[in-house]
Design a protein around this ligand. Structure first.
Ligand code: SF4
Length: 66
């Protein structure tokens, strides 16, 4: 699911400490920045959910909270 990343989303993300990106997923490999399941993950990383990011943030259906 693609997210509309705007100031409102950024504020809610911070207010509720939302965890949805690769960096908080059990399948994220810290050493490489890649997904252990082999998915391309640039659009699922934290940076993609920042306002003005060059890549649109997209929620991953395989996300599992660490
Ligand atoms: S399963 Fe999805 S959210 Fe988790 S590391 Fe892989 S791409 Fe990222």
């Amino acid at each position: 699911m693609r997210a509309i990343v705007d100031q409102e989303f950024a504020a809610e993300r911070a207010r509720y400490a939302l965890r949805h990106a690769c960096e908080d997923c059990v399948f994220f490999v810290d050493e490489t920045g890649r997904c252990a399941n082999g998915y391309p993950n640039a659009m699922h990383r934290d940076a993609a959910f920042m306002v003005g990011a060059p890549v649109d943030g997209t929620f991953c259906k395989d996300f599992e909270l660490r």
